[in-house]
Design a protein. Structure first.
Length: 243
C-alpha cells in the first residue's frame, strides 16, 4: 500500500488515504504559495504573539488531513481508549503534545508513510486558504458560528468532524472543535525566515492552533496561537504527509 500512496503523491493526486479500516485517514494536497502569516494590529482579539504580519512563502507541497483525527482513528492506531468517550467520529481531544507525536510515529510505522504534525506556517496557510479575514469565513462571530464549533454552540464538548462546511481548499473544523497541535513554536514573526519558516521543536511542546469547543470566538481565529501544556493536555491533531 505504501508504494501505491507514494506513487499517488508523485503523480500529484488531489487526495490520498493512508491506513486501512478504522485507521484510514484522508488527506488533501496543498500546493506551494505565499500568504500573510499573523494578524494585523487592528484585528479584534489580536494577541501580541501574532505579529508583525509576515509575508511567507511555502515552497513545498504537502498533504494535510481533511479532518482532525477522530476517536476511532486514534484508538485503532494506539489501542488507547479516549479520555472522554463521546463517539467514534468525534475529534480526539485532551491529548498532550507527546501523545500527538506518538500517534504520528505509530501511524508512520503502520503505513510505511512518514506522518508528522504540520508546522505553524503550514497550518495557518491551509486554514486561511487564500483568505485574510479573522476566520476563513469572514470577520464576524456569526461567520465563525457557520463553520466552527466553539464556546457558544458546541455544547461544552468536542463534536463529530465534518459537520460544518469546508474551507475553500476542502478542510473541515480548522476553527474550533478541538485545538490542533503543530510540531513547532515560531519566535516573534519579525525574526523568522520568510521562506518555509520552522520554529523551535521540543519533545514536550508545540503550538496549538484553531481554538476549541471551550474557547470564545477570539481564540478560534486563523492567527491565534496557544501554548500547549504537557501536564494538562487539551488538544487534538491533524496529520501531514510531505508532498
Amino acid at each position: 500500500m505504501s508504494e501505491a500512496i507514494k506513487q499517488a503523491i508523485q503523480e500529484k493526486a488531489k487526495a490520498i488515504i493512508i491506513g486501512t479500516e478504522d485507521a484510514a485517514v484522508e488527506l488533501l494536497r496543498v500546493e506551494p504559495g505565499k500568504f500573510d502569516l499573523g494578524s494585523p494590529l487592528a484585528e479584534a482579539g489580536r494577541l501580541d504573539s501574532e505579529g508583525p504580519v509576515r509575508k511567507v512563502t511555502l515552497t513545498q507541497p504537502f498533504y494535510l488531513g481533511k479532518y482532525p483525527i477522530t476517536q476511532r482513528q486514534y484508538t485503532a492506531i494506539t489501542s488507547k481508549a479516549p479520555i472522554k468517550p463521546a463517539g467514534p467520529s468525534v475529534a480526539i481531544d485532551q491529548l498532550t503534545y507527546a501523545e500527538a507525536v506518538a500517534f504520528c510515529a505509530a501511524l508512520t510505522k503502520a503505513t510505511g508513510i512518514t506522518v508528522a504534525l504540520p508546522t505553524e506556517a503550514q497550518w495557518e496557510y491551509a486554514c486561511r486558504a487564500g483568505t485574510k479575514t479573522r476566520f476563513w469565513s469572514g470577520d464576524r462571530e456569526e461567520d465563525l458560528a457557520k463553520v466552527g464549533w466553539y464556546r457558544e454552540n458546541a455544547g461544552h464538548k468536542a463534536r463529530e468532524v465534518g459537520q460544518k462546511p469546508a474551507n475553500p481548499w476542502g478542510f473541515h473544523d480548522l476553527h474550533g472543535n478541538v485545538c490542533e497541535f503543530c510540531r513547532d513554536m515560531l519566535p516573534p514573526y519579525d525574526t523568522i525566515a520568510d521562506t518555509d519558516p520552522v520554529g523551535r521543536i521540543s519533545d514536550r511542546q508545540g503550538m496549538m492552533r484553531g481554538g476549541g469547543w471551550m474557547h470564545p470566538a477570539d481564540y478560534c481565529r486563523a492567527a491565534i496561537r496557544l501554548m500547549s501544556n504537557d501536564r494538562f493536555g487539551g488538544a487534538g491533531l491533524r496529520i501531514l504527509v510531505a508532498g
